[in-house]
Design a protein around this ligand. Structure first.
Ligand SMILES: [Zn+2]
Length: 117
């Protein structure tokens, strides 16, 4: 017997949409809060020592990397929201089968079923 739900219920869709929108707002807040730390480190800061400058460069690189990951996640969230809008949410992009709701609970931006990913 197949226990995997064959379709995403309307109530679940609303839940996923809320989750996605919350996630989106969270990312935007972090992005806004950290936008200053992405700025390149100035080369001639006589007041800061060499080690401090290396630290600052590493921190800046980490900030850029985290920002890149947030942009990636943001694109996935936008795509998932579009998929909800167009009734394609929860359908595997590869085989067209339904993605298990339990899987979407883990990450609502998943676009493939367990067999295809
Ligand atoms: Zn699939």
């Amino acid at each position: 017997m197949n226990v995997v739900p064959r379709i995403v219920k309307k109530s679940d869709l609303t839940k996923f949409k809320t989750n996605l929108l919350d996630l989106k707002r969270e990312i935007l807040e972090i992005e806004t809060a950290s936008s200053g730390s992405k700025k390149p480190v100035a080369l001639d800061q006589s007041s800061v020592g060499r080690v401090t400058r290396i630290d600052a460069i590493q921190q800046q690189q980490m900030a850029v990397e985290s920002s890149r990951r947030r942009t990636e996640t943001m694109l996935k969230i936008e795509a998932a929201l579009r998929r909800i809008q167009s009734d394609e949410f929860g359908i595997c992009v590869k085989c067209g089968d339904y993605i298990a709701t339990a899987r979407l609970d883990i990450d609502p931006t998943f676009v493939k079923c367990v067999n295809c990913s």
